[in-house]
Design a protein around this ligand. Structure first.
Ligand SMILES: [Zn+2]
Length: 329
């Protein structure tokens, strides 16, 4: 699939619109969804709080006869800034109710303890053998990222299996942990529409990272389980946050499974000559030339695969000084 998606508004079902907002960064845009019930609007995700995003969002909403003041409910798939960045600003004007998972809201709250967050991050990266220059550079970026989510309080926590009715349509809440521990997707049963956030994307796989607040969380296993879960639904079309919609959920799930199984093999093969840190395995898989921030994404991706190999007892880890090494079992 190579079709591109452009900023703008598209009606995808009766009273349901996709609003695609431009975004800096490689992802280029994020799609949010607006369901109208008369004048009242329910939003699924909001876009990031980047300079200029809010007026663009307002303008696009206006094109379909909507106003920010008429937003009654905001459903958030997860805590990442490109999804919930302007939720607080919308709520300020509309007094709408913000729904998200308790897990992801707790993650947002945990960012208030900046020092602790930094400590956890530095400890993890050091244990996994990431070089200190990269760690410091990325730690500095955390501060820059802060402003792209306007502060907000969640009003209601989403629960797996909850059914909501909006505009006479049944919207089912699905916990789909993986990309984040509290990620939720929304299924419009009658329409067969899955609003999947970052859970399942057409062209890329969502980044999988360890959850430093919950070290026992297994992102890759959870992600795979969540894919199996949505696969059982009668989905006719997936509407993701990034990239175009796509009809064949099953085919995409299969592709993603193959992708991660291949990556797991690459991680295993990287350990055949000697024990290595996650950072070393990551260089074997992704090469040496990545930009600094991508080195962290690659490290995280690698780590979540190593965790699964460890769980299968194919490999083991041991500590050497301040680092962990992974070795064939
Ligand atoms: Zn995300």
């Amino acid at each position: 699939m190579t079709d591109k998606i452009k900023p703008g508004v598209t009606e995808i079902a009766d009273h349901l619109y996709r609003i695609t907002i431009p975004m800096p960064f490689r992802l280029e845009h994020v799609s949010v969804y607006a369901l109208f019930e008369g004048r009242d609007i329910s939003l699924f995700d909001t876009g990031g709080n980047f300079p200029g995003t809010f007026p663009v969002f307002e303008g696009l909403l206006k094109e379909i006869g909507g106003s920010v003041r008429d937003v009654r409910q905001i459903f958030l798939t997860h805590y990442h800034a490109d999804h919930c960045g302007i939720a607080g600003l919308i709520k300020e004007q509309s007094r709408g109710t913000i729904f998200m998972s308790e897990i992801d809201f707790d993650t947002i709250r945990s960012f208030e303890q900046e020092e602790l967050r930094l400590q956890r991050f530095t400890a993890f990266c050091t244990e996994q053998g990431l070089n200190q220059k990269t760690v410091k550079m990325i730690a500095g970026l955390f501060k820059t990222f802060k402003g792209i989510t306007a502060p907000f309080q969640a009003d209601t926590f989403l629960k797996d299996g909850d059914d909501m009715t909006v505009d006479g349509k049944i919207v089912k809440v699905l916990a789909t942990p993986g990309h984040t521990r509290g990620h939720c997707s929304f299924f419009l049963a009658e329409e067969g529409i899955l609003i999947g956030g970052d859970h399942i994307l057409p062209h890329i796989t969502p980044n999988l990272s360890p959850d430093l607040l919950s070290p026992a969380f297994r992102p890759l296993k959870s992600f795979m389980d969540s894919l199996e879960k949505i696969r059982k639904l009668p989905v006719r079309k997936v509407y993701p946050a990034h990239g175009p919609s796509f009809p064949d959920l099953h085919a995409r799930v299969d592709e993603i499974k193959v992708h991660h199984s291949e990556r797991k093999t690459l991680a295993l093969n990287a350990l055949k000559d000697r024990p290595k840190t996650t950072a070393e395995v990551s260089v074997n898989i992704f090469g040496n030339g990545l930009p600094e921030f991508d080195k962290l994404l690659a490290l995280n991706e690698t780590y979540v695969h190593l965790v699964e190999l460890e769980d299968e007892s194919t490999i083991r880890r041991y500590r050497e000084g301040e680092k962990f090494l992974f070795a064939l079992a």
